[in-house]
Write a protein that binds this ligand. Structure first.
Ligand code: SIN
Length: 529
């Protein structure tokens, strides 16, 4: 870095709720901020979130009850201190979102709370019915466009690092590449914050948009940050998966409003799997659906939210679920009278860059927020609608840490000796595959062998195949190559962790180790060698 002052106080990478909220907060407290996004400002997985945002704001609810549900869902791996912060600071951050223009649905001036799986209380705030993510993304991006310097179509090729006075590597900016102009440049800043969302695109069937390629986790890992919990991927139980149509999420909120799951024999089956029936934790419902589908030789079961079953009127259903009813309609399904075919889809990455409760990674100056981070609040299985909440809670705290730094440890659990995945340079093979060929291969093998149900032989096969693909790839400035490299890094970390965890816990189910084992009540960490 030159001796000249950095260009910005803060560079934020990513424009979902985490990045936008952090950027708006940072501007409010007077920081100079550059927000970069590889696509357009409004394209992030936030806009596809339907259910809502959890907060213990209802009569009879409390942060303690919310914490209890979060701990139970996380299957023994939740960081309790972080989750306590998540639940107790929720109301203040909801107030921030309202101040930023987000209009939550209400009835007679009282916020209208929905119910979702594994919550003991109705505590899900939603907006525009099932359009919560869209409302948040639109409100925040409108504000961001007024207040922020934004560079769209910009990929951060790498985090720039420099030694500090003690020789430790410090994040000092990014090397960015504009995919429209072709210009590559170094941009310096006092802090870098990764908010690139999840990595659902490593799977063939996912609720995540095309942009969810795990770039933040890959960038952080390559910069030396510690990564953890990569084996824990949440599969949403109910997606509409039809040929020649994008996979579409069918929100858990439908089950919160009385929708029932039926197998292909017309039987309501969840009582065989959990006393919470359709509102059991997502991992249990997802596995139950896979089992029932296999038993009946089909690839789906059915969701019944018809007026007959739920005793809701057609008008009520269409107003509460405007997006779902209209997308289903385009597929010839009238949700008020027809059953919806549903099956699981990759939905959320619990793992990511390890952060403390102020969003700091193990690399000084480098922060991670939202799905890119692993704050520890989700453990082995995220409680429904805690993800949007996590983004605002820890983005707020990260900005606070920049303004008034506090001395903290990284995470409350001791970091086990980290593993690393072998470095493989691209362009090594005789056949160089195109980025889209590699992406398709990754998606197919990850879905087949690292999905809802996993086994050693399939994971081993996938590990070797991914290594071969890594040798087959090329590492140019093209966005497709960049994304493919991210997908490869993330899926290789995931497979390695899934092989090492020889038990089943939360979302990680190993057919060959079908029960949980207390010796595995711990996290698996990675750091580049
Ligand atoms: C849903 O609406 O079911 C998804 C919400 C979430 O992932 O928490």
């Amino acid at each position: 870095m030159s001796n000249a002052p950095p260009d910005y106080d803060l560079i934020i990478v990513g424009s979902g709720i985490a990045g936008l909220y952090a950027a708006i907060k940072a501007r409010e407290v007077g920081l100079s901020v550059l927000l970069v996004t590889k696509s357009s400002i409004e394209e992030a997985s936030t806009r596809y979130a339907q259910g809502g945002i959890a907060a213990a704001v209802g009569v009879g609810d409390s942060p303690e009850k919310h914490l209890d549900d979060t701990l139970k869902a996380g299957a023994g791996l939740v960081d309790e201190a972080a989750a306590r912060i998540l639940c107790s600071e929720a109301a203040s951050r909801i107030a921030d979102l309202a101040r930023f223009g987000v209009q939550f649905d209400s009835i007679d001036g009282q916020v209208n709370l929905g119910h979702e799986g594994a919550h003991s209380q109705p505590r899900i705030l939603h907006a525009r019915g099932d359009g919560t993510g869209l409302e948040i993304e639109t409100s925040l991006s409108r504000l961001a466009q007024e207040k922020l310097e934004i560079r769209e179509n910009t990929i951060p090729k790498k985090i720039l690092l420099e030694p500090d006075s003690t020789g430790n590597k410090l994040a000092v900016g990014i090397e960015s590449h504009n995919t429209l102009t072709g210009i590559t440049e170094s941009i310096y800043s006092r802090h870098v914050m990764l908010a690139t969302g999840g990595a659902g695109q490593i799977y063939k069937v996912t609720t995540n948009p095309q942009v969810s390629t795990g770039d933040g986790v890959a960038l952080g890992y390559n910069a030396g940050a510690v990564v953890t919990d990569m084996e824990f991927v949440q599969f949403h139980p109910t997606a509409l998966v039809l040929p020649d149509r994008p996979v579409f999420l069918i929100s858990e909120a439908l089950r919160g409003d009385g929708a029932q799951l039926l197998n292909n024999l017309g039987e309501r089956f969840m009582s065989r799997y959990d006393k919470l029936l359709e509102l059991a934790p997502r991992d249990i419902v997802a596995r139950a659906i896979v089992e029932e589908s296999i038993n009946t030789d089909k690839d789906h079961v059915w969701l019944d939210i018809t007026t007959k079953t739920t005793e809701k009127s057609k008008e009520w259903l269409f107003a509460r679920f405007p997006q779902i009813s209209s997308v289903c309609k385009t597929a010839g399904i009238d949700i008020s009278k027809d059953l919806i075919p549903v099956s699981p889809a990759a939905h959320y990455l619990m793992g990511g860059l390890v952060t403390n409760t102020y969003g700091e990674t193990s690399v000084p100056g480098l922060f991670a927020i939202g799905e890119t981070a692993c704050t520890g609040v989700h453990g082995a299985n995220r409680l429904a609608s805690n993800s949007l909440l996590e983004t605002v809670i820890f983005s707020h705290r990260a900005i606070d840490q920049i303004i008034s730094p506090k001395t903290t440890e990284i995470g409350t659990d001791p970091v086990q000796t980290p593993y690393s995945i072998p470095f493989i340079s691209s362009n090594q093979a005789e056949t160089i595959l195109t980025a889209s060929e590699i992406k398709k291969e990754i998606q197919n093998i990850m879905w087949a062998h690292a999905g809802v149900i996993r086994r050693r032989d399939g994971l081993e096969f996938t590990r070797l195949k991914l290594e071969q693909l890594a040798r087959n790839g090329s590492n140019t400035v093209e966005i497709s190559d960049y994304e493919t490299q991210s997908l490869l890094t993330v899926s290789r970390l995931m497979i390695d962790a899934a092989l090492r965890r020889t038990e089943s816990r939360g979302s990680h189910f190993r057919e060959d180790f079908a029960t949980s084992d207390d010796k595995w009540k711990t996290h698996i960490h990675y750091q580049i060698a």
